[in-house]
Design a protein around this ligand. Structure first.
Ligand code: AMP
Length: 401
């Protein structure tokens, strides 16, 4: 069966068509600037040349129609007709407390995703547009939604409640939800699969380090705590997001920097993190270059990032009463050996010892799963490339095969 995975943003659609018997990507691509001047489709069929089509694309329905045209085109297509798509898996950011796993879409599910839109105003409406566009163009094909928050629904109350009035939770749903769940679940399960260990017996700390970053404590295959919270702004210092701060800083800076509330939220999401600290870039490759040139703020930004990460690793080991493996993944986790080295430096007391030469040798993991801890390390340190699209496809397949 072929599964089409759709990740719809407010002005973009990314897609992959995956053949599930061999778990092989047969085409992937994306559409950018939907409803904006300069819209285009980039389509990469497996084994054929990439094509780019630049044309006005008014809305998500037109975008999905173009994706299906590209997939079925006689020259650069990979399937003969839409009938060869068995189901569509949609990434949805927020499932609130409604969803603890992927589900087949019906009217009730659509209503619940809409209800969650208040909690993810930039993301959930875009996902709904993607789902509705697919339903319109492929009326007989089952649609599945897979939520970034779902994996974290197993967190216990003591982990997900904030120290706010209980009313904030009961009336307004203010609690820790956590994000990147599909990725944390994927690498945790992959670790168990590679090592032949039972996930029920494992205490894992998964570090998804990309432009957005989060850490997760996975005990017995279940998320028991995670660093992102009510929104993806909480937790680690990120590319441009502040991560944890004292809430009293918000009114203080609003006053000092003459910002209104919306401007302050934009500031915390887009102008802080390692970008704000360094004044250079949110990309770690640029930060290391700048640090190498002696730009101190770039070095400090990297140190702040790794120090915060180390503290989360330590606190999650405490929360679970131990840790069997620390797993790095995503753009930084899979490519930046120095971030891996710095963030476990000093964790020898936990039994976590990284093999520095090996870690450096595998600077880029590039699709391979690699063990990076020394033989005498009692805690495994691994780098396992994430694959959220494949995880979505697998969950969709399991529900529709
Ligand atoms: P992601 O959000 O998972 O796609 O990760 C994107 C981020 O990964 C970029 O912003 C970079 O900071 C980081 N990254 C990608 N490639 C490298 C690399 N070769 N070395 C260090 N960081 C990298």
């Amino acid at each position: 069966m072929n599964i089409l995975v759709i990740n719809a943003g407010s002005s973009s659609v990314k897609y992959q068509l995956i053949e599930m018997t061999q778990t092989k990507v047969i085409a992937k691509g994306g559409i950018e600037r939907i409803g904006i001047e300069g819209s285009n489709l980039e389509h990469k069929p497996n084994g054929k040349d990439k094509i780019v089509i630049e044309t006005p694309i008014a809305d998500h329905t037109q975008a999905i129609a173009m994706v299906l045209d590209a997939l079925t085109d006689k020259d650069h297509g990979v399937i003969k007709s839409m009938d060869e798509i068995g189901a569509v898996g949609h990434r949805v950011v927020h499932g609130s407390e409604f969803f603890s796993s992927g589900v087949i879409v019906d009217d009730k599910v659509l209503g619940q995703i809409q209800e969650c839109a208040e909690l993810a105003p930039l993301h959930n409406p875009a996902s709904l547009m993607g789902i509705k566009a697919c339903q319109k163009i492929m009326p007989g094909t089952p649609m599945v939604t897979v939520f970034d928050t779902a994996f974290h629904q197993t967190m216990p109350k003591n982990a997900y409640l904030y120290g706010l009035s209980y009313e904030a939770y009961e009336k307004f749903r203010v609690r820790k939800y956590g994000f990147h769940g599909t990725s944390h679940k994927f690498v945790a399960e992959r670790y168990a699969e590679i090592t032949g260990k039972k996930i029920e017996d494992l205490k894992l700390i998964t570090c998804h380090l990309g432009n957005g970053s989060s850490v997760c404590a996975v005990d017995g295959g279940k998320s028991v705590d995670t660093s992102m919270g009510f929104t993806p702004l909480e937790g680690l210092v990120m590319g441009t997001r502040s991560g944890d701060i004292d809430p009293a800083i918000v009114p203080f800076l609003m006053n000092k920097m003459h910002m209104n509330l919306d401007e302050t939220i934009t500031y915390l999401n887009k102008q802080c993190g390692v970008w704000g600290l360094s004044g250079e870039s949110s990309d770690f490759r640029d930060l290391w270059k700048a640090s190498g040139k002696g730009i101190e703020r770039a070095t400090v930004a990297l140190q702040v990032f790794c120090y915060r990460l180390k503290k989360f690793i330590g606190s999650y080991a405490a929360a679970m009463g131990g840790v069997d493996a620390i797993i790095f993944t995503a753009g930084i986790g899979e490519n930046d050996y120095l971030v891996r080295e710095w963030s476990v430096e000093g964790l020898q007391f936990l039994g976590a010892i990284i093999d520095k030469p090996l870690n450096e040798e595998f600077e880029h993991v590039r699709g391979n799963d690699v063990k990076l801890s020394t033989e005498d390390s009692t805690v495994d340190i691994w780098c396992i490339p994430t694959n959220e699209e494949l995880a979505i496809a697998k969950e969709t397949y399991a529900l529709c095969k």
